[in-house]
Design a protein around this ligand. Structure first.
Ligand code: MN
Length: 371
């Protein structure tokens, strides 16, 4: 793995085995917080595990603003949890150091903008969230990057806001929390619908990734009645997001815009392990067929990227790499819902090749986001 300044990054344990005199000259001073003298972080306590490597980039890391806290998953957390979610400063940087993260691409926590049925209010809060994020990134531009929050309740305004975020605020793409509610709390609007085609044209033209993050199924979904424990990250997130992603693939969206790049978290929301069966059944079914020109798996492998957020399981990672290739898998944590050090301890020692670890931990993100 390489550090931001291009130097090789090695594990702390390995480094400690070297003579102390090497430290001053080896040029790997960015690898734990205690050594982050250039970033002025010498006061940050070094709690990095001995076995955690630095240099990683993570891209499903969330923040909240007061306007969206009540309707966010952060509302269920303690005051301390909410403070960690809101912080885009020294506490978050200390957490990143603990988990060996050089850079986090930050995003507004779900359900965020998507759960604001009033179109003018969704537009206002999205702009507010993006401006706030840009202000915080400006204070630590080497450690933080941003994903735009988008008011997809109005596709045309969402395209304008994404353009502003990329061209004026320097963001890396967008992260959207599932379907949007429009006008009424009961509505569920997915982005394969025809009114979103011009929005997708803008995304492709800007050449930035779109992170399709989960949200819970809509209120009243009968499958979860009496079993509220299933509705969000336990299972409902994967069910909702995998169906949304399949709608995008099956609609022919990627035939019309073949350079779109969609990111899925949680090791692919269950899609990679089911993709063979999906295409097998599409080919054999006597029922309805998708509108897309190619097999669904073609789009999963050509238009999608998959992160490790919140799914720290080596057999699953290996299967995802086997299905889509190591060039399309990226490290992420899902902070503060997951622990950065636990994620790093898993990833840094997972039974994958060091070449794949470098790509997934850092190289793929550098290439995808031009950072
Ligand atoms: Mn998340």
């Amino acid at each position: 793995m390489r550090s931001l300044d291009g130097n090789s990054v090695i594990t702390r344990r390995r480094l400690l085995q070297r003579a102390a005199g090497i430290w001053a000259s080896c040029g790997v001073l960015s690898f734990v917080s205690a050594e982050r003298t250039e970033a002025g972080l010498t006061s940050v306590k070094d709690t990095t595990s001995d076995s955690v490597s630095s240099g990683k980039i993570a891209l499903e890391e969330h923040f909240v603003i007061p306007e969206t806290l009540a309707a966010s998953y952060g509302a269920l957390g303690s005051a301390e949890f909410q403070r960690r979610l809101a912080d885009i400063g020294s506490a978050r940087i200390a957490e990143m150091d603990r988990g060996g993260l050089d850079v986090c691409i930050l995003s507004l926590v779900g359900d965020g903008i998507q759960a604001i049925p009033s179109i003018p209010e969704a537009i206002r809060v999205a702009r507010r969230a993006n401006d706030h994020l840009a202000e915080q990134i400006a204070k630590n531009p080497k450690r933080f990057k941003g994903f735009a929050a988008l008011p997809l309740q109005d596709p045309q305004v969402a395209a304008q806001e994404l353009t502003r975020c990329i061209k004026e605020l320097g963001f890396c793409g967008a992260l959207v929390n599932g379907y949007s509610q429009i006008d009424t709390a009961e509505s569920t609007v997915f982005y394969d619908l025809p009114q979103y085609r011009d929005f997708w044209a803008t995304v492709q033209e800007l050449d930035v990734p779109f992170y399709l993050h989960p949200r819970s199924a809509s209120a009243g979904e009968p499958a979860y009645e009496g079993h509220r424990w299933l509705i969000s990250s336990v299972w409902g997130f994967a069910a909702e997001t995998s169906v949304h992603a399949l709608r995008l693939m099956g609609s022919g969206l990627f035939d019309d815009y073949p350079r779109l790049k969609i990111i899925l978290g949680h090791l692919g929301e269950g899609l990679p392990c089911n993709i063979w069966r999906i295409d097998n059944r599409v080919s054999r079914t006597l029922g309805a067929k998708p509108s897309a020109k190619r097999p669904i798996g073609h789009y999963l492998r050509e238009n999608f990227y998959i992160t490790t957020s919140g799914n720290f399981r080596t057999p699953t990672l290996i299967e995802v790499v086997a299905e889509v290739g190591a060039d399309r898998v990226l490290y992420s944590v899902d902070f503060p819902f997951e622990d950065t050090a636990i994620a790093a301890d898993w990833f840094d020692h997972a039974a994958i090749s060091d070449s794949d670890r470098e790509k997934i931990g850092r190289g793929n993100a550098q290439r995808l986001f031009h950072i």
